[in-house]
Ligand binder design. Structure first.
Ligand code: TYM
Length: 326
């Protein structure tokens, strides 16, 4: 039994990349582990947000967590800003981080590209994320591969502080899936599927309707060979679709290749549409059932209380070791 922590930003409709890279693992891990899943709203404000939409998106992600199968009886589900220790430990870790390492973060470089001045929150994003993780003595962090660098800096901060003060934090490890770790954009399989992409057909949201799912898959970029074969380097488009197919069916990559041997992309895509529509329908139905329920709020209230109880102890340990307070 290990302590698991992960988080998702409340920015819009959660897409297949978020689901297959991270959230599906959340569900798989909860039977054997002690899991804590967060909606990281403090991270969301590192870019501009509309207050009304932000509130809606927080509850959307919370409802999606439950809709995909996170069970609040097994896992803690809560909203980051409801547990003030995140911001407190975030500050503490900021004091032990260096501008050099923070400016090497690829996510920061991407988001700040071409701007003379960048919001400080965007720069400090990784120290707040490290706080999220270290605050719960986390051992396992299930995430997509795009978060690898953030996990590394979390480990560095953990070791830096432990080396200085003795055992303060538990050293966490990332958990990345082999096949879903990076789901690519449907219109351009050299880029990752991203919430911020302008082309709606580049991504499929868990709440998208059947017509949108069909359109995005049928228009997805492949290649001119017409051979359904997994080869991420040379055939990234079809390989990405095979990753999605295998995640939503009980067929392995090899079984899919065999099934479509000599059949071509048209039939493969039509079947994938069906597999996806069938896979996402129950999630959508469950989402609508709980999104506006009192149950959702009480799950979040209860989750925040339970999370805060753990966070308080860990933060106290850190303050004592460092000599803060009196
Ligand atoms: P966020 O909200 O951007 O994404 C949520 C999760 O989805 C994964 N992901 C993907 N996986 C595969 N293919 C993709 N195309 C894809 N796009 C996104 C992400 O890797 C992530 O696991 N920094 C985090 C949020 C965070 C966090 C944390 C995570 C804040 N504190 C503490 C873990 C632990 C983020 O921006 O995720």
């Amino acid at each position: 039994m290990g302590r698991v922590f992960s988080g998702v930003q409340p920015t819009g409709n959660i897409h297949l990349g978020n689901y297959l890279g991270a959230i599906k693992q959340f569900v798989d891990l909860q039977d054997e582990n002690d899991c804590i899943y967060c909606i990281v709203d403090l991270h969301a404000i590192t870019v501009e947000q509309d207050p009304k939409e932000l509130r809606e998106h927080i509850l959307d992600v919370a409802a999606l967590y439950l809709a995909v199968g996170i069970d609040p009886k097994k896992s803690i589900v809560f909203v980051q800003s409801k547990v003030p220790q995140h911001a407190e430990l975030g500050w503490l870790l900021t004091c032990y981080s260096y501008t050099g390492e923070l400016s090497r973060m690829t996510q920061f470089k991407d988001k700040g590209k071409g701007r003379e001045s960048v919001p400080t929150g965007l720069f400090m994003y990784p120290t707040l994320m490290a706080a999220d993780i270290l605050l719960y003595d986390t051992e396992i962090v299930p995430v997509g591969i795009d978060q690898k660098q953030h996990i590394e800096i979390t480990r560095d901060l953990c070791n830096r502080i432990n080396n200085k003060y003795g055992e303060v934090f538990v050293e966490p490890d990332g958990r990345f899936l082999k096949e879903g770790a990076k789901i690519m954009a449907l219109d351009d399989p050299t880029k990752k599927m991203s919430k911020s992409a302008a082309n709606e057909l580049s991504k499929i949201g868990l709440l998208d309707d059947d017509a949108k799912i069909k359109k995005a898959i049928m228009k997805a970029t492949t290649d001119s060979e017409g051979i359904v074969k997994y080869d991420m380097d040379n055939k990234p488009g079809i390989s990405n679709l095979i990753n999605i197919y295998t995640a939503f069916s009980d067929l392995s990559v090899e079984e899919i290749e065999k099934k479509y041997d000599g059949v071509g992309y048209g039939q493969f895509k039509k079947d994938l549409v069906e597999v996806l529509i069938n896979g996402l329908k129950p999630i959508r139905e469950k989402f609508h059932e709980i999104r506006n329920s009192d149950e959702l709020i009480s799950v979040l209230d209860d989750g925040a209380k339970r999370a805060e109880a753990i966070a308080t102890e860990v933060l106290k340990r850190a303050y004592n070791k460092i000599g803060l307070g009196y």
